[in-house]
Design a protein around this ligand. Structure first.
Ligand SMILES: [Zn+2]
Length: 365
C-alpha cells in the first residue's frame, strides 16, 4: 500500500502551484520510470474525501461524483523525455521574470501541478471533474497511458469536454490536425545502364509526383472558428539498384497534415485525387480533432480563462478524446518550443495564470 510506504515521495498539494511544479520535477520520471511519481500522486490525492481515486498501471484517475449535470476531464502526463544534466530544478531570474528551469518544467509538470492543486482544493466544483495523470506520453503511441485507459476504462474518459494541460503559453489551443503518410510506388523495367533503351527508369517516373507536390497549394480550413493550415510534403525518397542498373522501383514517401474537418477517409480520398493514376500504400493514419469550441461548456471555459484561442497543428492526445466523441483543447503553462530542450524553463507567472484561469471556470456559479 503506497499510503504507508515511507519510500513514496511526499507531495505538498497546499504549496503554491510553481512550488508544486518544482516538487514534481524533482521526482525524476522519464518515460518507463513513472512508478514513484504515480505513487506520490495517488497517495496525495487519496487523502481527500471528495475524490474517488483509481489506479491503472502508472496512471492515476481522481474524480468528483457530485451528480452535476456536466463533467470535464482534465488530463496531464507524468513522464518526461530523458534528463540531460537538468535536474534538480533551479529558480532563476531571466529577462526580469522568475523562471523554473529544468526537465519537465514545460512539458508538462506545470500543467500537472495546476491540476493536482485544484483537484485537492476544489472540494465542490461547479461541474464534476475527472482528473487524469498518466504515463508513457513521450514514447511510442502503443505505450501511451491515455490510450491504455481508453481501451481498458473508456468510462473514466467520458465527459462533455476535456482539457489537456500541455504547454500552450497559457492560452487555449483547440483541436489538432490529422496526419497521413503514404508510400507512392513507381515501377519500371530493370536494364543495364549501357543499354538504357531496353529498360524503364522508375526514378524518372517519380518526377511527375514531385512536380505535383511542388505545385500543390496547401489549403486552410476554418473549423469552429479556428483556421487550420494543412501541409502536403515529400518526407522521403528511395530508389536505385546499382551504379550501372536502370532502376525498376522507386518510392516517394508523402506526409499529409490535414485539417480536422476532414475524416481519415476524406483525407485519403483527397490524396487519391491529387495523385490520380499513381499507386500508393497508406503507412500511417491518425484523425485530427475538432476544437469543439462551439459547445456552450467550451465557450464558458474560454470566457473564464480569457485570451484568443489558436489552432494546434501537431497531433496531440486531444485526438484520443475526440475519437471518444469528447471535444478537447490544450491549455497549459510554458512555451511549447522549449519542451524537450536542455534549457527547458517556464515563467512561474504562467503556471499561476493557468491555475487562476481554471479555478475561475471551475468555481463559477
Ligand atoms: Zn507533453
Amino acid at each position: 500500500m503506497p499510503v504507508t510506504d515511507p519510500t513514496v515521495p511526499v507531495l505538498d498539494l497546499g504549496a503554491s502551484s510553481p512550488d508544486l511544479t518544482r516538487q514534481l520535477c524533482d521526482i525524476e520520471s522519464v518515460s518507463g520510470n513513472e512508478q514513484r511519481i504515480a505513487d506520490a500522486v495517488e497517495t496525495a490525492l487519496s487523502a481527500f474525501d471528495h475524490l474517488e481515486v483509481i489506479r491503472d498501471a502508472d496512471a492515476v484517475v481522481a474524480r468528483t461524483n457530485a451528480g452535476k449535470p456536466q463533467r470535464v476531464v482534465i488530463a496531464g502526463h507524468l513522464d518526461t523525455v530523458p534528463v540531460n544534466a537538468n535536474l534538480p530544478t533551479t529558480l532563476e531570474m531571466i529577462d526580469g521574470e522568475e523562471h523554473l528551469v529544468g526537465r519537465g518544467t514545460v512539458d508538462m509538470k506545470g500543467g500537472v501541478a495546476v491540476a493536482l492543486k485544484l483537484a485537492a482544493e476544489l472540494t465542490d466544483p461547479a461541474i464534476d471533474v475527472t482528473w487524469i495523470f498518466y504515463d508513457h506520453e513521450e514514447v511510442a503511441a502503443e505505450l501511451n497511458g491515455l490510450g491504455r485507459l481508453a481501451r481498458n476504462r473508456p468510462d473514466l474518459m467520458a465527459g462533455d469536454f476535456a482539457i489537456i494541460g500541455e504547454p500552450s503559453n497559457a492560452t487555449v489551443e483547440g483541436g489538432c490536425n490529422g496526419t497521413a503518410r503514404i508510400d507512392i510506388q513507381l515501377t519500371g523495367l530493370r536494364a543495364h545502364s549501357a543499354r538504357a533503351w531496353m529498360g524503364e527508369n522508375a526514378i524518372h517516373a517519380a518526377a511527375p509526383v514531385l512536380a505535383i507536390l511542388a505545385a500543390y497549394e496547401p489549403e486552410r480550413h476554418e473549423v469552429d472558428g479556428l483556421v487550420y493550415r494543412e501541409g502536403l510534403n515529400a518526407v522521403g525518397i528511395t530508389g536505385g539498384v546499382a551504379g550501372n542498373v536502370i532502376p525498376d522501383a522507386a518510392t516517394v514517401t508523402v506526409n499529409f497534415r490535414f485539417a480536422p474537418d476532414r475524416s481519415t477517409e476524406q483525407a485519403i480520398q483527397h490524396l487519391r485525387e491529387v495523385f490520380a493514376g499513381f499507386e500508393f500504400e497508406v503507412t500511417d493514419l491518425a484523425s485530427g480533432a475538432r476544437p469543439g469550441l462551439d459547445a456552450p461548456i467550451a465557450r464558458d471555459f474560454l470566457a473564464a480563462v480569457g485570451g484568443t484561442p489558436a489552432p494546434k497543428y501537431g497531433w496531440t492526445d486531444v485526438a484520443r478524446f475526440s475519437e471518444l466523441g469528447v471535444p478537447a483543447v490544450n491549455y497549459g503553462p510554458g512555451n511549447p518550443l522549449r519542451a524537450h530542450a536542455d534549457d527547458e524553463r517556464v515563467a512561474t507567472n504562467e503556471i499561476v495564470a493557468c491555475e487562476q484561469g481554471l479555478r475561475a471556470w471551475l468555481t463559477a456559479r
